[in-house]
Design a binder for this molecule. Structure first.
Ligand code: HT7
Ligand code: ZN
Length: 883
């Protein structure tokens, strides 16, 4: 397979002005006719015109209305090449035949539950017709769709509907025109039996926008929350960024078969049903929150991604990092800012840090790829969002907004790069951000070490920072990064000290704002080693460093346990209160892991239990925050910071601490469950969600005990639950103990919900993730369950993906978990390479484990690589994992 490099980027020799597409949708085949107006690129060109095309049958080709001679062009399995196109503007007419019914890859045009739909990002348009399928080819599109009227009464594409009508033979047609230029990856078509929930949004300039959410008729009642989310997102983007929607129609379609979460096609977003459909009875609070965030995300792409797009796929984070940052901010404003930040940082630590430390580590802007689909990663998305957040931390909210305004002013309608975004931020603020761009080019999570010293005589407090960026594949030596460190100093009264000046680089710098001392300042750490000395500090403070997690780094400091307990109790920065508790928990878990490995008895220190008790019982705190603060770091997070990851030890220790906390705080946890029940109707708002979250975390703790009273309690919660959040939480509590009660309740849940595929997926995932030893056999049985289907990505992510999240069973020492995944990857790859390659990623950190596990995982990777007809997607991940 061919590797593509950022350094090889070349502007296109030919540009496209307009594209007229016509689809004749049929049961056996679909005919796609395209008429493209081509003109020479900036440089002018006499080179061949190379169009991408995969799995296409070429029916006819005309250049300026004439069929070219046989030796004027050639078609191979990936391209159509026209050797010497006309020199000025010319027209191409291309007719191809495609077979959507056979398309199980779910990219290009395919069928989902009887309806036609498309997925073109990143390189799916080439499965529809021959085209320069790259994001810097921006053209105006029309789309003419013809289809059977009874089977496909609804015909949708991008832009405005300009014509529709009846045809002979019970057929009909629709013609759509998109007035905005766009790259091919934003093209979309949907045809099928769908109905819509309709609403309107009046923009701040007074334009009326029709909003439509399309689903099969029976699902329409479940689109209320999605519509609420869309309207909230439209309003938020106007309020916060001054960005208004630019067409009179915005469509969302929900489809059950979709490789990712959703797709921001211009004015025709296509969503995985899971991220649209919700009712209190069938969706949890987490589902509601995900729908809000993803509807927001796709909508926000209209400006950050669609109006201004990426020059090439290496720049993906330009749109994704920025849009994730925007959706994070949106969700923060709609709920609790601290809790959202905690959730986002946990995701980063659990998934992105391990990626950044493994064989698939790549910069936010990768240098190369074999298959672009493999680079829709937590690094590009989540770390990319952290990079955008750092601009805001450094420039302030209004400076950041100025930078965004300049970015749109300069680049509306263009395909640009991460440097263009950086330049807009810098120029709008006249800022010096010298080595900031390294965040885009250097992979690996920087390690930041902080050492503090108080000089009682001089009344100064010094912080010495040193940083190191670990080597990553292809990048052995790294430069120091530009790390914004938000910082406060707490006095012994627990309050923030006022800060006015700091010695740095031999100079006394003022950090006051408008002459007023501040309580949080942002230090700009840019060198390998650097010292900051605060003056006029009356007593030894406890520093609260990296407030709000101001940079995506791993920080080590000389804070003592006493300092951390002090921060946990007093820090005005709520994020750092939580963080102090997490640092204490991580230290505790690591020391117990060492005890476990040395066969020492495990004991829980009482200070930790008291710390958790005081948070649990602090009525002044937000309940969702309490829930986060009493939750231990994930097993993945702990394994990631160990020299050699030991899944059995980490699992045993986490289970031990959970049990100890549950028995030591049984009464408090029972009180928490009882006092946070509600008989009111389900409402999705912060207060209600927070109450449910705390109650259910308390119930989960209690569920770890072998106690009939708790089983009764959980059964009671299960049977009296009036919404899925509470019902599923009770099921999770009961799922922890193998036996008849568990079996019965799982059967009961399935019987209740077998008609609802999204709920059944929760049931599959819960069983797949179970820690019960030997669970792989149960998972294998579930492959044959009528509810499972290897062609549906959601089901695969639930069952196979869920299984890989169980440290005990996936990493079983007998290799049974690895063998299962190896077999699944080979099977899946034949149907859907994107899904198979996501699954094979679970092997990528195999070198982190002991030798026995390493050999077992390596054998599976080798087996996969030897499989016949392996896709490039899986090849790239498997081969990089082995290297
Ligand atoms: N921009 C979208 C990316 C996407 C995608 C990429 C590869 C394969 C399938 C895909 N479906 C959607 C999603 C987003 O908004 O980030
Ligand atoms: Zn996105």
């Amino acid at each position: 397979p061919k590797e593509i490099f950022l350094k090889d980027y070349k502007q296109p020799d030919y540009l496209f002005e307009t594209v007229h597409l016509k689809f004749t949708l049929g049961e056996e085949k679909t005919i796609v006719s395209s008429k493209i107006v081509v003109y020479p690129g900036l440089e002018g060109s006499s080179s061949p015109l190379v169009l991408d095309g995969v799995d296409l049958k070429l029916i006819s080709l005309k250049v300026d209305g004439k069929e070219p001679k046989e030796d004027d062009f050639c078609v191979d399995s990936r391209h159509l090449t026209l050797y010497s196109p006309p020199s000025g503007k010319f027209t191409l007419d291309i007719v191809t035949e495609i077979y959507p019914q056979k398309n199980t890859s779910l990219e290009g045009l395919y069928k989902s539950s009887g309806n036609f739909c498309t997925q073109c990002e990143a390189e799916g348009f080439r499965k529809i017709t021959f085209y320069q399928d790259r994001p810097d080819i921006m053209a105006k599109y029309t789309c003419h769709i013809e289809a059977d009227k009874s089977l496909y009464p609804v015909l949708l594409s991008n832009g405005n509907l300009i014509e529709q009508g009846e045809m002979e033979g019970n057929k009909h047609y629709a013609i759509w025109e998109d007035p905005f230029v766009k790259p091919s990856y934003l093209f979309a078509l949907v045809a099928g039996q769908l109905e819509s929930r309709d609403d309107t949004f009046i923009t701040r300039s007074g334009r009326k926008v029709s909003l439509r959410i399309w689903t099969p008729a029976q699902d329409l009642p479940k689109t209320v929350h999605a519509m609420y989310s869309l309207k909230a997102a439209m309003k938020w983007d106007e309020d916060v960024f001054g960005l208004e929607y630019d067409l009179d129609l915005f469509n969302i379609v929900a489809v059950p078969d979709f490789n990712m979460g959703a797709m921001e096609n211009k004015s025709l977003n296509i969503f995985n049903s899971k991220l649209v459909l919700a009712s209190p009875e069938t969706a949890t609070d987490a589902d509601y929150a995900a729908i809000l965030g993803v509807i927001g995300h796709e909508y926000f792409h209209n400006w950050t991604g669609n109006r201004v797009t990426c020059r090439d796929w290496f720049q993906l984070s330009l749109k994704e990092g920025l849009t994730v940052f925007r959706d994070q901010e949106f969700s923060s404003d709609m709920g609790s800012r601290t809790v959202k930040r905690i959730a986002d940082v946990s995701t980063l630590r659990t998934y992105q840090f391990p990626q950044d430390a493994g064989p698939m580590a790549h910069p936010v802007r990768p240098h190369s790829y074999i298959k672009m689909d493999n680079f829709y990663t937590v690094t590009v998305y989540e770390k990319g969002a952290e990079v955008v957040r750092m601009y805001k931390t450094l420039l302030g909210a209004s400076g950041f907004r100025k930078g965004m305004d300049l970015y749109f002013e300069r680049h509306d309608g263009q395909a640009v790069t991460c440097e263009d975004f950086f330049a807009a931020m810098r120029d709008a603020n006249g800022a010096d951000m010298s080595n900031f761009l390294l965040w885009y080019s250097q992979a690996g999570t920087p390690r930041l070490n902080v050492v503090s010293a108080y000089d009682a005589q001089a009344k100064t407090f010094s912080l010495k920072f040193s940083q190191e960026v670990p080597p990553s594949p292809g990048q052995l030596v790294k430069e120091p990064m530009f790390i914004p460190v938000a910082l406060g100093l707490l006095g012994s009264n627990g309050k923030d000290m006022p800060l006015s000046s700091v010695y740095h680089d031999g100079k006394l710098e003022s950090i006051a704002i408008n002459g007023q001392p501040v309580h949080t300042t942002v230090l700009r750490v840019t060198k390998k080693e650097e010292e900051f000395v605060f003056t006029d500090i009356p007593e030894r403070p406890v520093p609260s460093i990296l407030r709000g997690y101001s940079a995506p780094v791993r920080m080590d400091s000389d804070l003592t346990d006493a300092d951390l307990y002090f921060l946990l109790a007093n820090d005005s920065d709520e994020f750092n209160r939580w963080e102090a508790g997490q640092v204490l928990a991580r230290k505790l878990m690591l020391s117990l892991v060492a005890d476990f490995q040395q066969n020492k008895p495990l004991t829980l220190n009482s200070q930790f239990l008291h710390g958790i008790r005081s948070i649990l019982c602090d009525l002044s705190l937000d309940k969702e925050f309490i829930g986060k603060a009493i939750t231990l770091p994930t097993e993945a997070e702990i394994m990631d910071i160990m020299e050699v990851a030991d899944p059995d030890a980490v699992h045993a220790v986490r289970t031990f601490i959970r049990k100890e906390l549950a028995s030591g705080l049984k009464q408090e946890l029972l009180d928490t469950v009882k006092s946070n029940r509600s008989s009111e109707e389900y409402v999705f708002n912060h207060l209600n969600m927070a109450r449910r979250a705390l109650k259910n975390i308390a119930l989960a703790y209690l569920g770890s005990l072998d106690d009939p009273e708790i089983t009764e309690l959980a059964l009671h919660e299960y049977s009296t639950a009036t919404n899925m959040t509470d019902q599923f939480a009770a099921l999770v509590a009961l799922d922890q103990k193998p036996g008849k009660t568990r079996d019965d309740i799982l059967a009961d849940f399935y019987n209740k919900w077998q008609h609802d595929f999204l709920v059944v997926n929760k049931w599959l995932a819960l069983q797949a993730m179970a820690d019960i030893p030997g669970n792989v056999e149960n998972v294998r049985k579930l492959l044959d369950h009528p509810a499972f289907d290897l062609r549906n990505p959601n089901k695969v992510y639930a069952l196979v993906g869920g299984f890989c999240r169980s440290p005990v069973n996936f990493h079983a020492k007998d290799g049974s978990g690895y063998k299962f995944l190896g077999e699944m990857v080979v099977q899946l790859d034949k149907l859907n390479p994107q899904v198979a390659s996501r699954m094979v990623s679970s092997f990528s950190r195999w070198k982190r484990y002991d030798e026995t596990r390493q050999n077992l995982a390596k054998a599976q990777l080798e087996m996969i690589l030897a499989a016949n007809g392996l896709s490039e997607n899986v090849f790239e991940i498997a081969s990089k994992s082995l290297s």
